[in-house]
Ligand binder design. Structure first.
Ligand SMILES: C[S@@+](CC[C@H](N)C(=O)[O-])C[C@H]1O[C@@H](n2cnc3c(N)ncnc32)[C@H](O)[C@@H]1O
Length: 263
């Protein structure tokens, strides 16, 4: 999630799980606020979340924004029993809301009808998507005329924590400072970390699409959408010599929240 609190996100494991739930449940408010301040009230709307992960943000959105329906799409199935157990423990929620459902998606095809959603949300997913432009075209397809895309991406690959490996490289820029072998070795020899978690994070690091803000802007435009609101996520950082040759804007722009509408 976004580092807007000036603090790195938790790992989502063990005792940090509660912090993970809170961070994601509360992230929904950032979606509500940006949409509302652009004149889009989410109440009563049909919302799709693309790359919904464990569904916590979606639950937060249903509770906070009262949409008519919210469908979370992901390549992986959402464990709704686990989501409910966490919702009970953290929020006292006894049943998942009837307005909330989850559907397994395909990499470039969202199983939804054309012109069927008022709002599409995507949070911390686009740096993981294999073909961002193809997915954006499909998002454009399922948006109703007059619909809105809310897209959050943090962190961009070239930025301080773009490797997503802050647990092992808290100083950042590991993707410039270290070879792939060095990164793998640091993770694999860390006895304090569950090996399954380490292997999953390494594999996610290797699969990052390395998209930049300008790549994303170009893909949005080619997909038939127009950016109508842009909020950069950035912070003060120390730039190592290993980044020489990389544009300063790519190093400095940590992430983005944006709204886009059909062009
Ligand atoms: C880092 S997780 C973020 C999950 C959630 N939005 C959150 O913030 O907790 C990225 C998610 O995007 C999903 N994903 C990647 N490519 C996708 C695609 N083409 N369509 C749908 N989901 C995708 C992954 O399966 C993963 O669950």
């Amino acid at each position: 999630m976004a580092k807007s609190e000036g603090k790195l996100p938790s790992t989502g494991l063990g005792s940090e799980r509660s912090e993970w739930f809170r961070g994601h449940f509360d992230a929904a408010q950032e979606v509500v606020d940006l949409c509302q301040s652009s004149g889009m009230d989410l109440a009563g709307k049909r919302i799709a979340d693309i790359g919904c992960g464990d569904g916590i943000i979606d639950l937060g959105l249903v509770v906070k924004a009262k949409p008519a329906e919210l469908v979370g799409y992901d390549l992986n199935e959402v464990d709704t029993s686990h989501l409910l157990a966490e919702a009970k423990a953290e929020e006292g929620i006894r049943e998942l809301p009837a307005e909330l459902s989850f559907v397994k998606s395909q990499p470039e095809r969202i199983p939804a009808n054309d012109d069927s959603f008022d709002v599409v949300v995507t949070w911390s997913a686009f740096e993981h998507v294999a073909d961002p432009e193809a997915l954006l075209r499909d998002i454009r397809r399922i948006l109703k005329p007059g619909g809105v895309l809310f897209l959050q991406l943090w962190p961009f690959y070239n930025s301080e924590h773009g490797s997503h490996l802050w647990q092992w490289f808290p100083d950042g820029f590991a993707q410039f400072d270290h070879s792939d072998d060095e990164i793998a070795s640091r993770i694999e020899t860390d006895e304090a970390t569950d090996p399954g978690w380490g292997a999953m994070m390494l594999s996610e690091y290797r699969a990052l699409n390395r998209i930049t803000l300008d790549d994303l802007g170009g893909a949005i435009e080619r997909a038939g959408l127009r950016v109508s609101r842009l909020k950069l996520i950035t912070n003060d950082c120390i730039i190592p010599a290993s980044t020489a040759g990389t544009p300063l804007s790519a190093l400095a722009i940590g992430g983005v929240q944006l709204l886009a509408v059909p062009a």
